[in-house]
Ligand binder design. Structure first.
Ligand code: ATP
Ligand code: MG
Length: 368
């Protein structure tokens, strides 16, 4: 509605959708990671812009062996591309290749109340369990906020457990904007749907920490052994069962084509089948489901330069964007010396200073 009745509102052009998400390289990806997260990244990669990063700085709080970390980062990149992440659509990069993000973390840290971090569950959980927590874990939501804000992300696909951290990010961005002008774009969480809780071999949530995983790219013979050992209930074979109550069926239904899934559900309801049959069907269905990805993975492994080239190009694109946002933030809060001396550079390689008053200079106000 026009404010004074005289002006016709000009419709704002739709804001571009910028999707961002990071995944920690703390172990090989399992079916829970794929159905709970990676599949959604791939679905969303055709947004206006999509940024996906391998969160090696976050992983440093848990992976303390340098060689292992290096290998995990490489494997994560190969796995993601093999699973369908397309570097022509999405910018895929390694978090530590964009040092602008750690500088942005500091700027945000100066507006972060301690109490806010004390309420964050990753830290609280560890403390409640009496485990030692380092400052890295404590301040992890601030690094995560910088990860998001550095790319002007508008949409962050997350699981339920990460919604709190997006709220922290919005809080910090809001405070900074309030103090210094409209610098940051406030992101929105997008809850990932389906595969919300993939069960592990023991029926609990599949998780690296519970040692109950089936990994996306593990050796098929080893995986078959694991599947054949999955614990099942001990009710007699002939008793009809509800398929949705059985973790074996839940896993099968994620992989099997619709018609096979319906047939299997019917078998459960009628009774008179053996879990051995379901396990064999699951072995086959999962081999089929990931067959193409396995083939792509084999090709990528044989061509290590290709993955390097993808990550290098991704880092360049990501850095250019983060550089812009960081310059905006530096200018806004008065850190302009580096900008004037050309230590940090704005767009097109020009020194980033504009000479305008702090925080009001970008002409990109009204971020939400
Ligand atoms: P950890 O045990 O160290 O927490 P994890 O196996 O739970 O590891 P994360 O690295 O925490 O894996 O999760 C990466 C992504 O995969 C997150 O988006 C998370 O929501 C999703 N995810 C992990 N496990 C499952 C699962 N069992 N079902 C659905 N999504 C999952
Ligand atoms: Mg987890």
């Amino acid at each position: 509605m026009p404010a004074d009745g005289n002006t016709t509102p000009v419709p704002k052009p739709p804001a571009p959708t910028r999707v961002l998400s990071g995944i920690q390289p703390t172990g090989r990806f399992h079916w829970g990671n794929y159905f709970g997260a990676i599949r959604q990244y791939i679905d969303l990669q055709t947004a206006d812009e999509a940024y996906y990063f391998i969160a090696d700085l976050h992983a440093l709080t848990t992976v303390r062996e340098p060689d292992r970390l290096r290998a995990l980062v490489h494997d994560a990149a190969v796995d993601l591309v093999s699973l369908g992440l397309d570097p022509d659509h999405a910018t895929l990069f390694v978090q530590s290749d964009v040092p602008e993000v750690t500088e942005l973390t500091w700027l945000l840290m100066t507006v972060t109340p301690m109490g806010l971090l004390e309420r964050c569950h990753a830290y609280k959980d560890k403390k409640t369990r009496g485990l030692p927590a380092d400052a890295g874990l404590f301040t992890y939501p601030v690094l995560m906020s910088a990860d998001i804000l550095a790319y002007d992300a508008t949409v962050v696909p997350v699981g339920e457990d990460q919604v709190q951290h997006i709220e922290v990010c919005r809080d910090l961005a809001g405070t900074f904007n309030h103090l210094y002008g409209e610098v940051f774009t406030l992101p929105k969480p997008r809850l990932v749907e389906g595969g919300g809780r993939v069960p592990g071999t023991d029926g609990q949530k599949m998780s690296k920490s519970y040692d109950n995983t089936l990994d996306v790219f593990e050796d098929l013979a080893a995986q078959k052994k694991k599947i054949m050992r999955i614990t099942t209930d001990s009710r007699p074979m002939e008793e009809p069962k509800n398929p949705d109550d059985d973790h074996l069926y839940v896993l099968y239904s994620l992989m099997a084509p619709e018609a096979d899934r319906a047939k299997m559900a019917d078998l459960y309801r009628r009774g008179g089948f053996g879990y051995g049959e379901v396990k064999k069907a699951l072995v086959e269905a999962s081999a089929q489901f990931f067959a193409e990805a396995r083939a792509r993975r084999a090709a990528l492994e044989a061509d290590p330069d290709r993955i390097e080239a993808i990550l290098t190009a991704g880092a360049e694109r990501a850095r250019a964007k983060a550089r812009d946002v960081l310059d905006r933030a530096r200018r806004a809060c008065g850190l302009t010396r580096g900008l004037t001396r050309g230590l940090t550079r704005g767009k097109a390689g020009k020194p980033g200073i504009s000479g305008q008053p702090a925080g009001k200079s970008s002409g990109k106000g009204g971020r939400a």
